[in-house]
Design a protein around this ligand. Structure first.
Ligand SMILES: [Zn+2]
Length: 119
C-alpha cells in the first residue's frame, strides 16, 4: 500500500524534477500499472505505478527522470542516455535494480506476468 503521505511527497519530488529539467507537467497520476513502472503522454500527463512512491529515493529519481526526458526525447537514443547520465550518474545501475525489484514482485504476484519496466 502507498500511504497518502508517500504519494504527496512523491508528487512533490516529481514536480521538483520537472522544474529542474524545465518540463511542463500537466498532471501526475499514481495508480496500479500492470506491466510497467510509469508512462507519459505527449500532452504532459505522467502516470506512475503505485509502487514507485515506496521505492528508494534513488530509484524514484530514475523512474521520474526517465519519463520527464521522454517529453522532449521519445526514445532511448544517445541523447536520452547522455541526459540520464548527466542527471543521475550511473543510471544503468538504477535500471538494473528496477528490473530486479520488478522481477521479484512478479514472482510474488501471479497477476503480473510481464515484469514492469520504465516505458
Ligand atoms: Zn522509456
Amino acid at each position: 500500500m502507498t500511504s497518502p503521505d508517500a504519494k504527496t511527497r512523491f508528487k512533490a519530488r516529481t514536480r521538483a524534477w520537472a522544474q529542474k529539467l524545465d518540463v511542463e507537467v500537466v498532471s501526475i497520476t499514481v495508480r496500479p500499472l500492470t506491466t510497467k513502472w510509469a508512462s507519459c503522454s505527449s500532452t504532459g500527463r505522467l502516470t506512475f505505478d503505485t509502487r514507485v512512491p515506496n521505492l528508494a529515493r534513488g530509484l524514484q529519481d530514475c523512474v521520474i527522470v526517465h519519463e520527464l526526458l521522454h517529453f522532449s526525447i521519445p526514445n532511448h537514443g544517445p541523447l536520452w542516455k547522455s541526459l540520464m547520465r548527466a542527471h543521475l550518474g550511473d543510471y544503468e545501475k538504477c535500471e538494473a535494480w528496477l528490473r530486479l525489484v520488478a522481477g521479484e514482485q512478479a514472482l510474488n504476484d501471479t497477476s503480473r506476468r510481464v515484469p514492469p519496466q520504465p516505458s
